[in-house]
Structure formats: C-alpha cells, structure tokens
Ligand binder design. Structure first.
Ligand code: ADP
Ligand code: MG
Length: 562
C-alpha cells in the first residue's frame, strides 16, 4: 500500500470551486491560513509534549519557515510541529470534519462577498492554497512516529488526491504550492515578507526566511547562509496595550476566530491579585452560522503561561456568552490541565466570573457610548444574551439593563427600548411594566389587549422572540417595578375616578343577562365570562388567569408536542 488515490468528500469539491472564485480578489490570505495551521501544529505538539517530552525529539525550538523557488515556481511553508500520520493526512486534508457542514452549505448564497465571509468563519484554511496553486504537495511525519512513516499527499485540487509512504527524518509538515500561471509576483522575498507582517505578525513563534542581500559585484540578489525572523514572534495578548495598535488587534481576532470580518469591539487587560490572568475578549460583528448549535463550545482559548492548553474552553464562559471570542492566559493552572479538572477548579470558577463581568462591562460601555454599534450587536446576539436572564442569576440585573425591546412608542419592529427608558416614561400612578407576547411584531401591536393602554397613553413592550416567554419567567421586576402581561387577570391601570366606577357598575348590571347567556352557550369551553372595561374597539377578548400559561406559550408547547 504505497500509493493510493482517493476522492475528496463531495463538500470539499464544492468548497474548492467556491473558494477559488469567491476569494480570488483576496488571494494573499492563503499564506495567513497556512501559517495559522503551522502555528496550530506547534501548539498541539507543545500540548502533547507536556505528557510526553520525548515527542520533541531533541528539537524543541518550534518555528515556521517560508521559502520560495523562482525557477520551480513554488512556495514552501514548513513547520516542526505535531505533523500528520497517513491516516490523519487523509482525514484532515480530504474532508471537512467540522460539525455543521450541512448548515454551512445550506447558507451559501452564491454572493461572492457573503460567501467569502462564511468561508472564513468555517475555517477551511488549508484548501485556500488552491486559490493560487494548481498543485499542492504536503510532506509530513507525526511526532513520535519513525522516519519510515512519513507521508506525501498530493493534489491538483480537481477532486482527487493521492497519498504515499515516504522516508522523512524531519518531524512536522512541509507544504509546497506550485503556483498557477500568472501568480509569479508571489515569488519575491519582499512580497512574502509584507504579507507575513500584515497578517501573521501576532503569531507567537518565529516565522523565518533565508536572508537575501544585494551583491554589488555580481549585480544580483544572493541568499546568505543566515535566517531572519519576519514577525514579532511574541504572544500579542502578553504585550503591553500601548504596544499594540488597532490593526494588530483586528488581525489577531481574524486569526483567532477564523473570521474575515473585523470584530465589533474588544477588551484587553491583566488581572492581578488572588488570581492572575490576562484576558483578551472580542465581540464579533456577525453571528457565526452555528450560533444555535447546542454542541457549540465556548470561543475562548486557554493558555497557561503562554503555552496553548485548550481550544473552546467552555468552562471559562457561561453559555449565554458563547459568541465571545478570545484568549485567557493564566499562571494559576497546571499545564496538564484537563477538561475534567477545569470543571472542578476554583481558580477556573474565579476566572469565569471575571471573564463574565468583563464581557458585561464591555457591552455596557458599548451601549452607553456607541448606541449604533450596540444596536448591531443586539441584532446579532441579543437573543443569546437573553438566555443569561435564566442562566446567570448573579448578573441578572446587569443583563436586564442590557435588554432591548420593541414597544408601542416605536413604529418599528426594531428592538431599541430599554427597561430604564420604559420606567422613565411611566405614567403617573402606573406601577407596572406592561408587555404583550406574540409570534410576530404585527400580531403583537394589533393585539386587542392593547386598546385600553393606547387610550390611556400607557406604553407596552412588544415581545416576539422565541426565548421571550421563557426569559420572562426570570424577569419579574426591574427597578422595583413588576412586569405584567396585558393579557393576564385583572388590570390595574391606576385609580379610576368615582364617576367612572359608578358608570362601570351600572354597565355591568345591564350586561349581566348577556353574560349569563354566554356562559350557558360556551359552558365548559371557558372558565369564566366577565364584563371588562379594558377594550374600546373590540367586542371581546380571551384572557388567562394570573397564574396560568399564556396563550402563546401554550401554542409553543403544543407545537413542540407537549
Ligand atoms: P482548520 O485549521 O480550521 O482545522 P484547515 O483547513 O486549515 O482547517 O486545516 C485542516 C486540518 O488539517 C487541520 O485541522 C489539521 O488537522 C490539519 N493540518 C493542516 N495543516 C497542518 C500542519 N501544518 N500540521 C499539522 N496538521 C495540519
Ligand atoms: Mg486552519
């Protein structure tokens, strides 16, 4: 079994087509993606070597090397990271292993710009090499395997790839791109260096290239017997804030989150005291396609003293903040920490509380200072944040203040009204915050329950998101004002005048025979029939008792088969 030829997974074929066309205008990102993979491979080796130092094979200076060959028209990206076995090469470079592949393809629109953003989020970096290469050769050996178990993977990006066994003393991976016709401008040290500095400066290990120099005598550029480090090669989050500019923060985010777009905001600080850690947290500007995937883990990478320890460390963030991306680097945990240990550690609990507070204050600041950006945030992630009302009792008040609602004072479905806005507008004598729930904004604003509120000029919040009913069970009051559904029990819209009351009593009496008749006709279809003064235009409406489920919730449960 030396050489075998295999087919790419159908999705990969589709993806290759799409990528070559939609990312062509931004083709230099191939280098960012391949360097990012090399850096991940170094992280993985460091992590596995915590348990088994022999994996370093006496070569613990991890680095990435970039080289080009103008005659052969190739670029090579080489690392001494974890490497791949034959099986791993087949699995990792022939399929898309990530969960959510189906959703991803379902979301593709054919609009190059939008799809390019999706591709970024999906993190299908390796295949981006085919944007500029018509042939890619990967040679690799996994750390710990003998030299005879090297593997060569080769593909022209046309649906098939081959793998064969090779002898490879060097641990790690080397990826050689054979350039397509017309891509020769990448065959220059100057060009490659500038791309590396632009996208990969934050990579924490050195990216090396052979030094070149102009030779006066020969009148040509010659290669020296010496390397030069192109990037800063220090972990970005560990640098002082004053030494990091905005664009560095942004490119770091794009690397971290596999997102082509810029982040909406970020926060970076060093926590000192009982627990010491650095946190760099970002809010993306767009929700990832798998935001609603229950299995989706948290977006924080955990480092211990600059050493990468874990991807998606969900213990560091509550689920309702799963849209946050970033890095936590602590001195308080052992390097060989496992997910199980994380679950029980008190230090982790303290970090999680700290990260949560920091995330909330980042959002508070955004809401206060940049309302427009906050609105964009709310539109993307507001529904997830609402889950926090149930999940995070300790921060419930802060989360409540971050909520935004549609309301009868606004002529749009956009959710912009805060509970504080509402309270400030409450009528004299009004004691409650009123809301109505429905499946759509149209249905909510046309609810007959609203008539009396409109007449009295009392604002009503219009709640139409799926999570709202659930959320409301945790949102009983705000600033001491209880929340109350307009569809529940007796309405107490402030004291009515005596004259009004007398008139109502008389009307009730006159209507008594009608009520009796209706009870007879409806019998056990309803619990009770009452005269009401809450309607002004509609003749009748259905209400629920104080302690019963609302009509909307009943319908949701029914549709869920309960
Ligand atoms: P992602 O990086 O998001 O997982 P990629 O398409 O960039 O997706 O890479 C696919 C997979 O191929 C990686 O997850 C990794 O397992 C493997 N891989 C790619 N490049 C390397 C490398 N230089 N060393 C080891 N494994 C690699
Ligand atoms: Mg990658």
């Amino acid at each position: 079994m030396t050489q075998e030829t295999l087919s790419f997974q159908a999705e990969v074929k589709q993806l290759l087509q799409l990528m070559i066309h939609s990312l062509y205008s931004n083709k230099e990102i191939f280098l960012r993606e391949l360097i990012s993979n090399a850096s991940d491979a170094a992280d993985k080796l460091r992590f596995e070597a915590i348990a088994d130092a022999a994996l370093y094979e006496n070569d613990a200076d991890l680095r990435i090397r970039i080289a080009y060959d103008a005659t052969a028209r190739t670029i090579t990206i080489e690392d001494n990271g974890i490497g791949m076995s034959r099986e791993e090469a087949i699995a990792n470079l022939g399929t898309i292993a990530r969960s959510g592949t189906k959703e991803f393809f379902a979301k593709l629109s054919g609009d190059a710009q939008k799809d390019a953003a999706l591709i970024g989020q999906f993190g299908v970096g390796f295949y981006s090499g085919f944007i500029i290469a018509d042939q890619i050769t990967v040679e690799s050996r996994r750390a710990g395997l003998p030299a005879s178990e090297g593997v060569r993977w080769h593909s022209a990006g046309d649906g098939e790839f081959s793998v064969e066994a090779i002898e490879r003393p060097a641990r790690g991976t080397s990826i050689t791109l054979h350039l397509r016709e017309g891509e020769d401008d990448f065959l220059s040290a100057w060009r490659l260096k500038s791309i590396i500095r632009k996208y990969s400066d934050h990579i924490a290990l050195p990216i090396l290239m052979v030094k070149e120099e102009w030779d006066q005598e020969k009148q040509e550029t010659v290669r020296l017997d010496e390397d030069e480090t192109i990037n800063q090669a220090s972990a970005l989050w560990a640098r002082a804030k004053s030494e990091i500019d905005e664009s560095q923060y942004k490119t770091f985010y794009q690397h971290l989150a596999h997102d082509q777009q810029e982040p909406l905001i970020w926060t970076h600080n060093r926590v000192e005291g009982r627990n010491e850690y650095i946190q760099l947290l970002y809010v993306p500007s767009q929700a990832p396609f798998d935001l609603w995937d229950r299995n989706q883990r948290g977006g924080l990478k955990l480092y211990v003293k600059r050493v990468f320890v874990m991807e998606d460390a969900e213990q560091l963030l509550p689920a309702y903040l799963r849209f946050i991306r970033g890095v936590v680097d602590t001195n308080d945990l052992p390097l060989n920490v496992s997910r199980e240990i994380l679950q029980e550690s008190r230090d982790v609990k303290a970090i999680r509380d700290g990260v949560t507070k920091r995330s909330l204050s980042m959002l508070e600041e955004l809401a206060e200072k940049e309302a427009e950006k906050y609105a964009a945030f709310w539109q993307q992630f507001g529904q997830v944040l609402k889950e926090g009302m149930g999940e995070d009792q300790a921060n419930r008040e802060r989360i409540a203040a971050l909520l935004r609602f549609a309301s009868t004072t606004q002529d749009t479905a956009a959710q912009t009204v805060t509970l504080a806005d509402y309270v400030a507008r409450m009528k004299e004598g009004q004691t409650k915050i009123y809301y109505v729930t429905a499946d759509s904004w149209q249905a909510a604003r046309n609810s007959p329950h609203l008539e009396v509120f409109r007449n009295k000029g009392v604002e009503v919040l219009l709640l139409t998101d799926r999570v709202d009913e659930w959320m409301l069970s945790f949102l009983n009051e705000f600033e001491g004002k209880p929340l109350s559904s307009v569809a529940r029990g007796d309405l107490d819209l402030g004291a009515l005048s005596d004259a009004e009351k007398a008139e109502q009593a008389k009307a009730s009496e006159t209507l008594q025979p009608v009520i009796e008749k209706m009870k007879e006709v409806l019998q056990d279809k309803v619990k009770d029939v009452r005269t009401t003064f809450r309607l002004t235009d509609s003749p009748a409406c259905l209400i629920v008792d104080e302690n019963e489920m609302s009509g909307y919730l009943q319908r949701i449960l029914k549709s869920a088969g309960q």
